[in-house]
Design a protein around this ligand. Structure first.
Ligand code: MRU
Length: 345
């Protein structure tokens, strides 16, 4: 089994999804700046995997701080945290992972520096361990929503490759299969980065899960034909009102699902829910390089100089969401109340 991201003595090791499915290459990042670069360049991607990598990046950076006293340590720590926080704006797990590490410093500021460094490394490993456990719970709760014999459409990759392992949306599919149900999957290719074609198709095939690849613009036809019984996607940030930011194209899939009376579920850990953002319109949406749209594998597809937009995410309004599957169970509308209740004071 592959490992998406791992803490090793040599540094943070990541599988490079940009080379999949052709090559399974692992890269080792030995300092926090390199980890930040890996997040920015999508060597690691998917909200939970980004959160885990950010925590590991902080631990790696902190372990090399030279300051012998907490004041100097904090100053260096802030530099590390702010570089990692500047990598990608949409997935809130990035900021969640960094904040979790900051809390370790706050709670242990009286410790000797070497001990504080050891605590930070332990915390990053714990974030990684917990993520797999959380995904299995999401899989258990979400799997219960799917009937045996169903075909599920998913968009982007919210699988093992987007998390520490098991996946969120694909975790739901794995959970249903582990519960003895027969589940088939349709994977949207997910232009422009092709997370569906390259990653979802690869990891499901590797697990012998029945998967059929379609291009994004085929989803409506496939739904109209009655082939799809449920849609399950992941999320990058969920606002307090249940609006969901996820990979560009998710919103269109949600509208299609509504039109065809197909339940549309979002699977995500609590670390993806941002109660500070009240409405989806306030979620920052990353705009990526135009070459992702104009080129494929380095080959130009569109005329040079053409105007391009490349928003990497969109926001699906809560009214299109049938349920949000978390490690604490499935939340249904009204979301403001249901999501708030997940976080006891
Ligand atoms: O740009 P990406 O590949 O990081 O976007 C990933 C997604 O949109 C996923 O659906 C989301 O992060 C959930 S991953 C469990």
């Amino acid at each position: 089994m592959f490992k998406t991201v791992e803490w090793k003595k040599t540094g943070v090791v990541m599988i490079d999804p940009r080379l999949l499915p052709e090559k399974e290459v692992y890269r080792t990042y030995r300092d926090y700046k390199a980890v930040a670069g890996a997040i920015k360049d999508m060597v690691v991607r998917g909200a939970p995997a980004i959160g885990v990598s950010a925590a590991m990046g902080v631990a790696l950076g902190a372990s090399k701080i030279k300051a012998k006293e907490i004041k100097g340590f904090r100053k260096e720590f802030d530099k590390i945290a702010s570089l990692l926080a500047s990598t990608r704006p949409t997935a809130v797990n990035l900021f969640w992972g960094i904040e979790r590490m900051r809390k370790v410093v706050e709670d242990n500021s009286s410790l000797a520096i070497p001990e504080l460094k050891a605590r930070l490394i332990a915390e990053a490993k714990e974030v990684h361990r917990e993520d797999i456990e959380i995904n299995k719970l999401i899989g258990k709760h979400g799997g219960a929503l799917l009937k045996s014999g169903s075909t599920v459409l998913t968009h982007c990759n919210a699988g093992a490759l987007a998390t520490a392992g098991y996946g969120t949306a694909l975790g739901v599919i794995r959970g249903a299969i582990e519960a003895g149900k027969k589940i088939s999957v349709f994977a949207d290719e997910t232009r422009p980065f092709l997370q569906g074609a390259r990653l979802t198709a690869w990891e499901l095939k590797k697990d012998n899960i029945d998967v059929t690849l379609i291009t994004d613009n085929m989803a409506g036809y496939i739904m109209k034909k009655g082939f799809i019984h449920a849609v399950v996607v992941g999320a990058d940030r969920i606002a307090a009102n249940g609006d969901v930011a996820n990979k560009i194209g998710t919103y269109s899939v949600a509208i299609l699902a509504k039109e065809h009376n197909i339940p549309f579920y979002v699977a995500a850990p609590l670390s993806t829910i941002d109660l500070k953002i009240r409405h989806g319109d306030d979620i920052p949406i990353e705009e990526r390089d135009s070459s992702e749209v104009t080129h494929m594998k380095g080959k130009r597809l569109a005329p040079a100089g053409i105007k391009v937009r490349n928003p990497a995410f969109d926001v699906t309004p809560n009214r299109l969401v049938s349920g949000i599957i978390t490690e604490k169970g499935v939340v249904k509308a009204p979301y403001v109340k249901g999501l708030k209740a997940l976080f006891p004071k």
